[in-house]
Design a protein around this ligand. Structure first.
Ligand SMILES: Cc1cc2nc3c(=O)[nH]c(=O)nc-3n(C[C@H](O)[C@H](O)[C@H](O)COP(=O)(O)O)c2cc1C
Length: 208
């Protein structure tokens, strides 16, 4: 059974997107034989426009996902392998192939922006095995914190209600993460950075 067979059509999976020189987490949806994802700017988007070849890989290491999203240095460098124009992280199951992207308007609670809507057409499977780490709700809370934190960085330029909502969600998920025994240092780091942003926006007093 290949990775593609394990994905339900239409469901979003968090995977690692490996481009020419970058790795970042993205939300991926299987649509027939392609894997679709959206890029809201950033280095991967710039690279894919110039070099439309990439890999999408699975991991159950939430610490890795969060560090890559926030560009925090990793304890040890990731091992890469390559073949022709394709590059991937050694040992993580996934697929590589060519990518087609189109620019599209995207509207959400942060306003309207132009995004890159992309589809990867799998050419080959990447072999790999994930460690038998059981599912943990503390990991879910940490991922939610990281997603809301990246959005909080953008929300600083929007009306304060959205930043307030995101900051309040980060606080709730940090409380859940701590209650469930989450130990990854990124939990505290995100909470501290979110607090700095919130106090600059004058949101902290309102929430205490
Ligand atoms: C779990 C998770 C999923 C993410 N999914 C996406 C995504 O689908 N598209 C996107 O543009 N950014 C996504 N992000 C945010 C990017 O990882 C982050 O903005 C990154 O800094 C931009 O990537 P770059 O390295 O290409 O500049 C996600 C972050 C997390 C924590």
């Amino acid at each position: 059974m290949t990775l593609l067979d394990l994905l339900s059509d239409g469901q979003v999976y968090e995977m690692l997107l490996v481009t020419r020189t970058n790795v970042t987490p993205v939300g991926v949806v299987k649509r027939e034989k392609a894997l679709s994802f959206k890029l809201f700017g950033g280095r991967s988007a710039e690279e894919l426009v110039k070099w439309p070849h990439a890999a999408l890989q699975a991991t159950n290491d939430v610490g890795l996902i969060v560090r890559l999203a926030l560009n925090i240095p990793l304890d040890s460098e990731l091992p890469f392998e390559e073949s022709g124009p394709y590059r991937w992280i050694k040992g993580l199951p996934g697929v590589y192939g060519d990518v087609g992207c189109t620019r599209k308007a995207h509207s959400d609670s942060l306003g309207t922006t132009e995004i890159l809507s992309c589809s990867l057409f799998p050419k080959a499977d990447i072999p790999g095995l994930l460690p038998p780490r059981p599912f943990s709700r503390a990991d879910c809370a940490l991922v939610e914190m990281a997603i809301d934190f990246t959005r909080l960085g953008i929300a600083v330029n929007s009306p304060p209600d959205e930043a307030k909502r995101l900051f309040s969600k980060i606080k709730k998920n940090y409380a859940l993460f701590s209650r469930l025994g989450g130990k990854d240092k990124m939990g505290r780091k995100i909470m501290e950075r979110a607090l700095e942003i919130a106090s600059k926006l004058g949101l902290t007093e309102e929430l205490e």
